[in-house]
Write a new protein. Sequence first.
Length: 372
Amino acid sequence: MHFSDTWAQPSDQQTPKAWDASSVDTLAAACREHVSSTLKAFTEGGVELDILSIGNEITNGFLYPTGKIGKDFGPFAKLWKAAREGVADAVSAGTKQPKVMIHVDNGWESETVSWFFKRLFAEGTVTTDDVDVFGFSYYPYYNVNATLKALTSSLTQMANTYNKPIYVAETDWPTNCTTVTLSEKFAVSARGQREWVMAVMDVLESLPNGLGAGIFYWEPGYISVPGLGSACGSNLLFNVNWDNSPDTYANALSSVYMFAEEGSGQGDNNAQQSQTTSSPASTLTPAPKTQTQTNSPSAPTPGAQKQTQITPPATPTAQTQQKQIDFTVLGQSDDSSQQSGGSSTHKTSGSTSQQSEGSPIQQTDDSVVQQQ
């Protein structure tokens, strides 16, 4: 939950204009009611949440300016606790208990991560019992020091200190990036996306006591919005043709298979498929299944409105700690690189994040997924 009129991120966590922000108490009451009523609405609509992140990348606080963290964590802690109490209110009314997450950015930056949680829990309003899982954003293009080694050190410290499950709640890898230096040396391609994700999963699997819980790829299939973008040209799992925008289409890259392959051992099989090309689909059929997850990147990524989660219907799905993740893969296209998929079995959960029902897609005879 972003608690804003637009998506929230560290530099922009503005309070919704309709809320009474005249005092911490009135804002806390609005926050609590919003969480409770929203969760009840999900329940009434037949939606059960596995995880609820209270705030998005809240290293600097949320609900600005009241909840912005300065010398005092007090106002922020009071607002976050009110949201947490809203969860309890909804559960008391019959909502399934979700795991409650605190999600911060720059998960590789151990000093900042340690400072945030030590100060928050030392303030006393929010306790470790209020938090079920930790979520961290981890991107390779905002800081050259955001290495896998740094991530391992930071998350290991968190696991040893708090003994709670840890998710990489946002990460991705580019297929086009010419303006910045990346923190690791994977290929800038679909192959690199696969290798990056598997490397992050390896970090999670290395955490003590099996506390590495899962990874969410953000953002797999955004729709472009003028004026917004990441540091790289494209981090999508699709190769998009924008020439006739808004009448655009996209070929799915082979990296869309990576989570399902890792769970089924099929990575090497798909790696042998060669590059294919196609034209826009003329007959479209609905995508079978989607799964919902609301996140946002550290720096605005275009649009983040509609994405489709994909997986091979004939292959076993990757297992998560909560349940099996459904992937619906209808075909494959690739960039210029041959793909190599790992065949080892990872216990961490893999998922592409998405917000709503995906666009229609079609499988063509040459095994290329097209998205209108």
